[in-house]
Write a protein of this length. Structure first.
Length: 289
């Protein structure tokens, strides 16, 4: 037996303990997870046979401090598919470490999740997008200055150097594009740049992000995707363009605007989520165990 540094053993142990706690509250054993970003939490209110667990009851879970992030885990069914939905997430800008931000994703991994649908609110850099548009994330640029995998690697989660070439599953993106088209919902594909926040970007930062190939900017998701891929979880990322990024329109950015747009398009967003869940669940069922 090789010995592990205690901090490594404890992340796995703590995630397993939280997963067991969650499993003790419900009979459902979902393989698909949903992370609902700012203003998008309403989807979880619709799940049937739902068990709701506030984050503060789950051992080791961080608590969300942002308006629009209600902070509970909902295990229930959508379109007959068992799901676990995170109604709200935590961010680096709240003062949590990268490891704390991804702890819920570790717990989802220990729950046996094989596919994760991550949603967020984002500012549009790409001028083809408009406020309220939905964007299937093709790739990300992590500009948060750190990585949640820094530190000793626990092989029980995954390899030391995970491949990020196909971080966002092409097959899932195609499902999202196809279903959006079928529903008459406008959708784009784009690259998401993750910044720390909490200040919105300056117009000069947005011009810089444009030159490096970003279509969208936000303050979440990238860490969760890194950790999901570390554990072999397949990912679909969908952004809701809540505002044009700084300097694109001559108007200040506010969190209220982010929330208002999220609210305005949540019907479409929820329709798209409802439509992508069954084919993603079918994909997961076909994976070798
Ligand atoms: N910048 C960063 N994060 C965001 C934005 C933005 O313009 N809109 C929503 N989240």
């Amino acid at each position: 037996m090789t010995s592990r540094p205690p901090s490594v053993a404890s992340e796995f142990f703590r995630a397993t303990r939280a997963a067991k706690f969650i499993q003790s509250k419900t009979k459902l054993r979902p393989s698909v997870a949903l992370v609902l970003g700012s203003g998008l939490g309403a989807f979880a209110d619709e799940l049937s046979s739902a068990t709701r667990i506030p984050y503060h009851k789950i051992p080791g879970f961080p608590r969300s401090t942002v308006a629009g992030h209600s902070g509970q885990l909902v295990i229930g069914k959508a379109a007959g598919v068992p799901l676990v939905a995170m109604q709200g997430r935590v961010h680096l800008y709240e003062g949590y470490s990268a490891k704390e931000v991804v702890f819920p994703m570790r717990v989802l991994g220990r729950l046996g999740i094989r596919a994760a649908i991550l949603t967020n609110a984002a500012g549009a850099i790409n001028l083809d997008y408009s406020q309220g548009a939905l964007v299937a994330i093709r790739d990300h640029i992590n500009l948060q200055g750190t990585n949640p995998l820094i530190g000793p690697n626990d092989e029980r989660f995954g390899v030391r150097f995970p491949d990020m070439s196909h971080a966002y599953a092409k097959a899932y993106r195609e499902i999202a594009l196809r279903e959006a088209k079928r529903l008459g919902i406008q959708i784009h594909e784009g690259v998401y740049a993750a910044l720390c926040g909490p200040s919105f970007e300056t117009p000069a930062e947005i011009r810089y992000l444009k030159t490096i190939g970003a279509d969208l900017v936000g303050m979440s998701t990238a860490f969760e995707v890194i950790v999901a891929r570390h554990m072999g979880i397949r990912v679909l990322g969908i952004s809701c363009v809540t505002n044009m990024a700084a300097g694109i329109l001559d108007q200040p950015l506010t969190h209220a605007e982010v929330m208002e747009t999220g609210d305005r398009v949540k019907g479409q967003f929820m329709a798209l989520l409802r439509a992508v869940i069954p084919p993603i669940a079918a994909d997961v069922q076909a994976l070798p165990s």
